[in-house]
Design a protein around this ligand. Sequence first.
Ligand code: AHR
Length: 538
Amino acid sequence: MFAKFAVGILKQRTLRSVLVSFVLACILLNMPATAADKVELAMDVSKPGAKIDRNLFGQFAEHLGHGIYEGIWVGRDSKIPNTHGIRNDVVTALKAIKVPNVRWPGGCFADEYHWRKGIGPQRAVSLNPNWGGVTEPNTFGTHEFMDFINQIGSKAYLSVNVGSGTPQEAAEWLEYMTSAQGTTLAKERTANGHPDPYIIPYLGIGNESWDCGGNMTPDYYLSQMKIYSRFVRNFNPEQQDKQQMLRIAVGPGGDGPRWTEWTDTIMKAYQHHTWSWDMNGLSMHNYTVVNWQNKFASTGFGESEYAQFLKETLKMDDLINTHSAIMDKYDPEKKVALVVDEWGSWYAPSPGSNPGFLVQQNSQRDAILAALNLNIFARHADRVRMANIAQMINVLQAMILTDKEKMVLTPTYYVFKMYAPFQDSTFVPVTFNAGTYTHDSVTLPRVDAIAAKDTNGKLWLAITNLNPNQPVEIEAGVEGGSVKSAAGQTLTAPKVDSVNSFDAPNTVVPKPIAAKVQGGKISLQLEPKSVTVVSVEQ
Ligand code: AHR
């Protein structure tokens, strides 16, 4: 009897202690950051760094899935409000993020694109064997692209066909677009509605020529690139002295010996280049994919996939270091830009979608991923002067998703909007002890931050809290000075896989955040898994 009673008491006590531990654990998990958790940041405005080129915030629009057709182009007769066939809602949204340049028409598509099919009143219908094997109506061609660029206030980054085209075809495209003289091609452009020559600031010579662009060796590509560089000319009178067209050569797609050899071959040739050819940029492609054979899902994931994916994306920094080091060897003055013209998350296709259309949702994980990559680019701004997230609408890590007349802005869109003040700003070094956030075997920095002064001299600070469970308290100051106030926006979400859907478009939207000021420093409480951008008054 006594024994039974004693066991009963013991059970009750064990139960109580389990309950107490459980309650304590819950309190700890939800506890606000303590002073010990505080991250101190110091911005050193006396040591300005490189210009953070606006082109780091570039976009990529390929003829792929619903990236162009439905995403941009709905046609003049569509019930969806449009201007010359280009949807107005998308234009308004893109204007708000100040898109500096758009790379077009691909991607792999570019190396099978024949521009003549996309001009004039009669358009040939061709195929898109790379992406779903669907028909390509060519209704969105040269003039429609340039109209779109004009409507959103951006610049054209044209990718010419090296894989299945010829230097002559590409040279004629450029003559058609840029000649102010009365050549037959310029007259054809006039007849098609555009008497003035177009401005083409950026020219990509091929795409992934080591793979879908023709499986070339570095030496073979190099000899092709020299020919295109020589003969594909820009005749626009406004682009002869100032605003000269920049030529971007195909660069690496990874970090193994195959890729370092590629960069080495092109850059070594560049070092000894003569008057007859030139290049101003070397492209690099790097997607965040943990496993190409078994890609992660874009929704319905947990903390483990969140942490693994962010760990993978941070490899962008090593990749840039690897290829920058080779470029430094041959181009110490950093004349040639490293152009990361395809980057972003690549997940398994959304269930029920055409796998060739690369449809995926976009979550708070993508927002964090975007901020981390933009921060990496900014820290390498002396060499990385252009980058294009893949892709702008309805494909991969998109800014915008559309479904017929509906449109939704993604978490990634909001990061680009919040980061707009960093376009053409001057990098300001910021020191901080990032700390760590660990989940299972994955350890990541707990916070990441960049600072910069915009073109009006205003100071901006962007801070990401990678930890999805804990807030972080930030104390930020300016070396040798004091700060009066700081305010801006923060983007977080209920869960790491929260998305904006057509039915619930405002699940992940930025909200205002203001800092407290004490002793000339600002204090900010950052929510878990958040991206925050504030302007700092000194
Ligand atoms: O962005 C999708 C594809 O990825 C591009 O067409 C190609 O360049 C890359 O492999």
